[in-house]
Design a protein. Structure first.
Length: 503
């Protein structure tokens, strides 16, 4: 009688997961010390962001909001674990195909990292290491698992445990190392901003209604929305930062951090909005910015008469195409270094970013900016315009209802919200309940045409379910359209509607 072999210990699919855990952990550790942008996870995630169609980007933001990057990383991890499980099974049944699959993933990750890191060959090392270690580990563990001798079985279990623990430890070390290496935050915290040569007027007391649930007219830095393409926030030491202005100019200009600090800086209150903001959404915020007017820099460079666009570039390769007139007219377009009285937060572009009133961020608000190329729309395209979004992106007239939400008690209720059309301004807001007559709301004092404005209306609420709508009236006597449109390709439109249950 032939006894059937009984294998104990992890199944081959689990061994594949253990192998990729060890390989990825070591790759992340090396990236944390060598080149954070070459993190295998960040490189693959960044590539996915680059190739994602507009609808996928909008869906991710609609589902996860500012947590879209965390969701992407979790998704990558889930897919990687599934691939690892399959590779482990394949290595058992058709060796060495599982190991080859891991090695191939490493090569693909290395190519992606090099391409995304402006050709830095060092960027290939973490992914190659991750793929190579995973390939060798799965080969070794599967081979040990085939042996039935008791000493070999014990060796197999020990090595499996060691690989698992080492992988988890490596991931933890990479996270700690990456955090510890971010000395830029320490530099930022120690900075003291210079006083502006042109200070902004004090925010009018009447600009803030103080209604519970209504967004504050000045958004705290910690609450300011963040939408960008950087999975790993760039860490830029101001001492190493410079801005190059070139292209269709009489002379190339290079600014350093010290040059900026020595320049006459200006304060401006400006509301920024993301083009992905849906009707009634919260991808918008208002802050007091400190910076150098971009028109001063462009004047120094001497812009050619036939130029009509400035292509700004971030240190991570992101680009935005801004109409030249938005950077040279009277609006407060800034190379910003300060936000609400402190240096820019790292995740909001420290040390320098662009702030341009009246345009959606995808064509204007370049963070970690390092380059301005004066050019033409018919000669250059930017990151999102190559993906089907509009070239110019002027902000559309919008309003939203912040309160009430959900359910309220019958009686006197305050309806309140925000309205905006930066660099145009808002003249009024109208509200109606259950399709009735439009009623004029009361506007708070506006800080400027470049910021949003609060509004409110008293409502005597009766029991039942009610639909509330709002629409804004622009400074040019234009009424906000009721035509519903998605964010792509140039911003959402339509009236914000909410349903409220009155008890």
């Amino acid at each position: 009688m032939v006894r059937e072999r009984v294998r104990t210990g992890p199944r081959p699919g689990v061994l594949g997961i253990v192998s990729v855990l060890l390989g990825t952990g070591l790759g992340e550790v090396v990236a944390a010390f060598l080149l954070p942008s070459a993190s295998p996870f960040a490189a693959v995630g960044g590539a996915l962001i680059d190739i994602a169609p507009s609808w996928a980007k909008d869906t991710a933001i609609a589902w996860f909001g500012t947590g879209d990057k965390a969701a992407l990383l979790v998704g990558i991890a889930v897919v990687l674990l599934a691939v690892a499980f399959a590779a482990g099974m394949l290595e058992r049944r058709r060796p060495p195909l599982g190991a080859v699959a891991f090695a191939a993933l490493g090569v693909v990750g290395a190519v992606i990292a090099v391409v995304r890191s402006d050709g830095a060959l060092l960027a290939a090392i973490p992914a190659l290491l991750a793929g190579g270690v995973a390939a060798l580990t799965v080969r070794g563990l599967i081979s040990l698992s085939e042996r039935e001798e008791e000493p070999e079985r014990r060796k197999f279990l020990v090595w499996t445990a060691v690989a698992t623990a080492s992988g988890l430890l490596a991931l933890a070390v990479s996270n700690v190392a990456r955090t510890a290496s971010q000395s830029v935050e320490t530099i930022r915290s120690a900075l003291r901003l210079p006083k502006p040569a042109a200070a902004a007027p004090q925010v009018p007391q009447a600009a803030e209604l103080g209604i519970p649930g209504l967004a504050p007219v000045v958004t705290p830095n910690a609450d300011f929305y963040r939408i960008d393409t950087a999975l790993i926030v760039p860490q830029v030491d101001p001492a190493d930062w410079s801005l190059r202005v070139h292209g269709m100019v009489d002379r190339e200009v290079v600014l350093t951090w010290d040059d900026l600090l020595a320049s006459p800086l200006q304060e401006a209150d400006v509301t920024l909005a993301c083009v992905s903001n849906t009707v009634g959404g919260d991808l918008i915020g208002n802050a007091r910015w400190l910076g150098l007017p971009v028109r001063d820099v462009l004047t120094r460079a001497g812009v050619h008469a036939d130029a009509d666009m400035v292509l700004s570039t971030s240190i991570d390769g992101f680009t935005a195409s801004t109409p030249l007139e938005a950077l040279t007219d009277e609006r407060d377009s800034l190379l910003a270094i300060g936000m609400n009285g402190e240096p820019l937060p790292v995740e909001h572009g420290f040390p320098v970013r662009l702030v341009v009133p009246g345009l959606y961020g995808y064509v204007s608000a370049t963070k970690w900016v390092t380059e301005l190329e004066v050019t033409r729309f018919d000669r250059a395209t930017a990151y999102w315009t190559t993906r089907g979004w509009s070239e110019r992106g002027p902000i559309k007239l919008q309003s939203r209802i912040d309160v009430p939400r959900g359910s309220v008690d019958a009686g006197e209720v305050v309806i309140a919200g925000m309205a905006w059309q930066q660099h145009v301004g808002v003249d009024g807001v109208e509200v109606r309940v259950d399709g009735g007559e439009w009623q004029r709301a009361t506007l708070a004092a506006a800080i400027s045409d470049d910021t949003w404005v609060q509004w409110h209306l008293a409502w005597t609420a009766e029991s039942g379910s009610h639909e509330i709508e709002c629409r804004a009236i622009g400074a040019a006597a234009v009424t906000q359209t009721d035509a519903a449109a998605p964010p792509a390709p140039d911003g959402a439109t339509g009236w914000h509607r909410i349903t409220v249950a009155v008890r």
